[in-house]
Design a protein. Sequence first.
Length: 211
Amino acid sequence: MVVGARSVYEIVNTSDMADLIGIVFQPDAFPLFASDRADLFSNRGVDLEDVWGTQVRTLRDHLRDIPGPPERLLCLEGYLRRAFAARLYGTRPLHHCAVDYALRRFAHAPTVVTVRDMARSTGWSERRFSQVFREQVGLSPKVWCRVRRFQQAVKELHAGVDVPWSTLALDCGYYDQSHFANEFRAFSGVDVTTYSANRTIWANHISDDRY
């Protein structure tokens, strides 16, 4: 299954997931391996065979025959390097430099950088910048920044940081605690208290007995 960039939460039934292996791509690397625009996969899952072809059946069977997780990961990495060698090591740029620049600015800017300011710094119109960013990353620049801010809060909560939520909200770039609470529920489907009480070893997954 190929899962695109997500800006909404999803309830996953894990009862039949006896074995699972996955890859998390860098934000702007997805089109390289999907052979299409990233936004076409956003908030949806597509069967892997529809993206990589029927040869993935052989890969899947081979992975099942390998005994240990480290060996399986090495096998999968080797497959990706061979299957996408022309794109990985070719002379054509893997992505637009303006998107790479924007991702770095969004990640390291000490204050909030607006989409308008970012577009102006790339020399593009706001509309053109947003289009290219969305096609490369899968989300619009504004939504990407909201998700990134949410992920920072999740990281802090998952680590068990012991600070008032109002302080955490401001540290992560929210206007106030109410803004933080609304955004957290919008992206996760639960409130902060529920997340903290049900967090697992994976920051972006919690157990939920309601389903």
